[in-house]
Design a protein around this ligand. Sequence first.
Ligand code: SF4
Length: 290
Amino acid sequence: MRYEGNIFRPPSEAHSLIVQATIGCAHNECTFCSMFKDKRFRVRKREEIVEDLEDARRRYGRVGRIFLADGDALILSDDDLKAILSKIGTLFPECERGGVYGSPQDVLRKGAHRLAALRDEGLGIIYIGAESGSDRVLKAVKKGVGAAEITEAIRVIESAKINASVTFISGLSGSDGWEEHAVSTGRMIGEAQPSYVGLLTLMAEPSAPLYEDILSGRFRLLSPLGAVEETIMLLEHTDAKKDCVFRSNHASNYLSLRGTLPSDKESMLAELRSVRNRDDLLKDERLRML
Ligand code: SF4
C-alpha cells in the first residue's frame, strides 16, 4: 500500500481499508482546516488506485468497508469512480460499503441520477463538511459554498439513496454570532434531512489560517459552556422528519452525545441542560484532540 502524507478519514471509517483516490483537497482554503495544507491537489491515476486495491487484497483478510481518501474523491470522473468501485466489488465481494468525501459542488455537478449509478457500483456513503448553516459563517471561514447549495447537495445524495453524513462545527462563529450559527445549522439539518450528522467542536491547529486570528484576538473562541448552550440551541431548532443519527462524540467535543433524531432529541437536550453551568462535568481541555 502506498500512502502520501497524512491520511484523514471520518471517525466511522476507523476500521475501513483506506485507499487514496486523490491527494489533498481541491478547495483547501477553509480557514479552520489544517488537514491538507501541505499537499498540492491532484487526482491519482486509475492504474495506481487499482494497484493499491490489488495489493490490499493480497495483504488483508476480510475487508468490510473501503474509504476512498483524500479530500474529495467525488471529484473523479464517473468513469474512473465506476471502474474503481467495480474493481472493489470484484476484489472484495465481502465489502459492504464504499465511502468518499464529496464537496457540495461535486454532488450538484453529478446530480441524483449519476450518483445513483455510482450507488449501484457500491458507493454507500458520502461525507460532506457543511460546517455551518449560516452563510455569514461559511463566508467568514472561506468554505467556498453557500448554505442553499449545501442543503440541496445533501438532499440530492439522499434522493440517490446514498447515505449523507454531514459534519458541522460547534464554535465556528466563535463567541460572536454563535446564536445565528446554532439556529441556522439546526434549520439546515431539518431542511436537508441527512442520515447522519456529526457535530465536532472547533480546534484550530497552528497550520490553520484561523490560528493566527485566535492568537491575535480577531477571533474569540466560544467557551466550553458556550458550546453547550450553542448545541442546545442547535438541537432546539432541528426538526428532523426522518431518522437522523446525531453524534457529538468526537475527541474534540467537550461532552459526548449520541442519539437518533427526532426520537432522542428531548433526552439529548436534557443531558445538555443538566451540564449547564457545570464545566467540571465537561472534558478537560488537555484531553481534546482532532
Ligand atoms: S474543510 Fe474540507 S473542503 Fe475545507 S479545506 Fe479542509 S478538506 Fe478542504
